[in-house]
Design a protein around this ligand. Structure first.
Ligand SMILES: [Cu+2]
Length: 262
């Protein structure tokens, strides 16, 4: 009895707060563009795999794109919107449109404001990247962009195949970060950019507990992608800043990739 109670207590501690993982989205519907055009982007803090409520984002600290090594600030282009999750009240989020003209890789990066997670009494700041390509010409998708912490893709992130694997390298202050737990999710709903909403309908299965993988001595992790879709990796607490306004800060690195059937 005592052992059982202890295990139950340990499980309760581990699952303190919602079992569902927060994920900062930096979403665009098309990641392999053939033609020049306006690319819509949605910055939403939510629970993509469980497909539940969205959470209020503060004003982002930074938002930029890197194209062929040149960084362009996009913060002023952000529009504050209300975004509807599958449940709960609409939450504060941001959208923008970016004009893509030239061929190559576009690395979008978001440093959101720290988010107060009341259930755990900590701040969470998920520094997030999404990479898209135009014209099938790769130009730097595997280059870090100098974020405090980031996941650098070791496989072309906009062309991953279901049934294959994806490898990323986690960096903290530019150095490989070993032994860090990374959670894995996919976007389990339709994303309606016009209505600024996730669909009420949940599309695929939700595993019983969080999918997690741990970085090796070189900061590398590999995950087998079981199904097509938009997959996200969130490496937890890998950033150099550990405190915000007198409370613990989990500065996480998030990367989104796109997997299709071959
Ligand atoms: Cu949450």
């Amino acid at each position: 009895m005592k052992t059982t109670a202890l295990i139950a207590a340990a499980a309760a501690t581990t699952l303190a707060g919602p079992a569902q993982a927060h994920f900062q989205l930096l979403y665009t519907p098309e990641v392999m563009l053939e033609q020049p055009g306006d690319v819509p982007l949605a910055l939403v803090f939510g629970h993509p795999m469980e497909n539940t409520n969205a959470m209020d984002m503060g004003v982002p600290e930074d938002f930029f794109v890197v194209f062929k090594g040149k960084q362009t600030d996009l913060k002023d282009s952000l529009e504050a919107v209300q975004w509807s999750g599958a449940s709960g009240e609409p939450a504060g989020a941001y959208t923008t449109t970016y004009k893509v003209r030239r061929n190559g890789d576009y690395i979008f990066a978001l440093v959101p404001a720290p988010y107060m997670e009341g259930a755990e009494d900590i701040y969470i700041q998920q520094i997030t990247k999404t990479i898209l390509n135009k014209g099938a010409m790769p130009t730097g998708w595997s280059e870090p962009v100098g974020l405090p912490t980031e996941i650098v893709p070791m496989d072309k992130p906009y062309q991953v195949f279901a049934g294959g694997t994806f490898t990323g390298q986690l960096l903290s202050d530019g150095e490989p970060a070993a032994g860090v737990e990374c959670e894995v999710e996919y976007i389990n709903s339709d994303v309606d950019m016009a209505a600024k909403a996730f669909s009420k309908e949940t599309k695929g299965p939700v595993p019983p507990t969080a999918i997690a993988t741990i970085t090796d001595a070189n900061g590398l992790f590999t995950f087998g992608i079981p199904r097509p879709g938009t997959w996200g990796f969130a490496c937890l607490g890998s950033g150099p800043v550990k405190e915000h306004e007198g409370k613990a800060l989990s500065q996480d690195a998030v990367l989104w990739i796109h997997a299709t059937e071959l």
